[in-house]
Ligand binder design. Structure first.
Ligand SMILES: [Ca+2]
Length: 421
């Protein structure tokens, strides 16, 4: 089981996966041997990247801990059970999703499958982009800053424009492509609602890709923008003040990027992130990218060994953009064409955020993966249930999305069909 954030907290393996169905027994109770690690260091605080000043601690975090923990666990399993596991799976989200991609890219022999949720596979690119966003947000004494109330208004205006495009007014935008086509209109609506030019620039920046003037690992030259204009509530990114006087007043991703740039890129505790310019740190960025980013659009070794992957991202992820997973999936699609589906299925879940949101998805993906690996039969017609309500929806494989059929209970998956954009 993968970790999260900057890790440093022990993953005991005793809990459920976040996506496991409500009241489902834990994987341990279901007969799995479960394992996790603290990623090789002990956390000092929530967004604290200072551990990375130690090269070995950083290498452990980047990926070495995965192999070390795997091999140690196998030795313990062998000593206790006198046998090896029949299958080995990785399951994780966010940083844990990045770890899952590291695991199957670097050690394909070690895993038969991986459930990967909203992976931060573009860890360094994301930090640079979040820094760009923060600089734009706080420019000119924060004249473009978005207050919590204004952020709620943005979300309502987006919903008004796009909620019903999928046939159901359920505060979820399932037709995200249709919604993206309305971005210009939404920006006009925002201007009409009183948002200033500076604020509109901030919103555009957060929702725009960032292009780099040089190549990161695996020839990556850009990172996608956020999906606020398709329904993501990114309010936590704006922090609590237009002129923050302490670290905690900054937005969550401003804090993340500050620590990554300081301790993983520049390796300088005194770096002033507010004047960071990526072009002045090309070599350091490339080194860190190579170490930390499992962005390789090639899973052939894992595929050849029979490995399977359900990849999941919510359309309204507040802190890791779904367009990042879409970019990665499209690159894989370029390589594997319609054979990609034979070993990797990508589900984009409307209304689902970074493990929370309007629709807090659950599905027994561990069983689905186990059955897929054991029998070779790929999952079909999956249904997801909201953890906080009685709502269900079909899980549609990207790029298809769940459209309401027009009759019957809007809460029930059976009244939706996965349609192509
Ligand atoms: Ca809707």
């Amino acid at each position: 089981m993968g970790g999260g954030g900057f890790n440093g907290v022990l993953v005991t393996g005793l809990e459920n996966n976040r996506y496991d169905p409500k009241d489902s027994p834990t994987p341990l109770a279901r007969g799995f041997v479960t394992l996790g690690s603290d990623s090789g260091h002990a956390a000092k605080g929530n967004w604290d990247g200072s551990f990375a000043m130690n090269d070995e601690a950083l290498a452990n975090f980047a990926g070495d801990q995965i192999k070390k923990t795997h091999d140690t666990a196998l030795a313990i399993i062998n000593a206790y059970y006198h046998t090896q596991p029949e299958q080995m799976y990785f399951s994780g989200g966010s940083e844990g999703g990045r770890e899952g991609l590291v695991a199957i890219q670097k050690w394909p022999n070690d895993y038969d499958g991986a459930v990967i949720f909203y992976p931060v596979y573009n860890w360094i690119a994301k930090a640079i982009q979040d820094n760009r966003n923060t600089q734009a947000l706080l420019k000119n004494n924060g004249e473009g800053w978005i207050s919590p109330e204004e952020n709620s208004r943005v979300n309502e205006i987006v919903l008004q424009a796009c909620d019903s495009l999928d046939g159901a007014e359920d505060r979820m935008i399932s037709n995200t492509e249709g919604c993206a086509d309305k971005s210009d209109q939404i920006l006009q609506d925002l201007a009409q609602a009183g948002f200033s030019k500076a604020q509109l620039e901030v919103i555009k920046t957060f929702n725009s890709p960032m292009e780099f003037s040089f190549k990161l690992a695996n020839n990556v030259t850009s990172i996608a923008g956020y999906s606020q204009l398709e329904g993501a509530d990114i309010g936590s990114q704006f922090g609590t003040s237009p002129a923050p006087s302490s670290f905690s007043e900054h937005g969550a991703m401003a804090q993340f990027s500050d620590q990554v740039l300081r301790y993983m890129v520049a390796k300088d505790a005194n770096l002033d992130a507010m004047s960071f310019n990526p072009n002045e740190w090309k070599k350091e960025i490339q080194t860190a990218s190579k170490l930390l980013e499992p962005s390789k659009p090639n899973l052939s070794a894992f595929k050849a060994l029979g490995g399977k992957v359900p990849l999941v991202h919510g359309t309204t992820d507040q802190i890791v953009t779904p367009y990042g997973s879409i970019d990665y999936y499209k690159q894989l699609e370029k390589k594997y064409g319609n054979k990609l589906d034979d070993f990797l299925q990508f589900y984009l879940i409307p209304g689902y955020g970074h493990g929370y949101g309007e629709f807090n998805m659950t599905a027994d993906l561990l069983s689905e993966l186990d059955s897929w690996v054991s029998t070779g039969e790929a999952p079909v017609n999956l249904v997801t249930a909201d953890k906080e309500s009685e709502r269900t929806r079909p899980m549609c494989e990207f790029p298809s999305w769940p459209q309401y059929d027009g009759t019957g209970d809007t809460h029930s998956a059976e009244n939706y069909s996965c349609v192509q954009p």
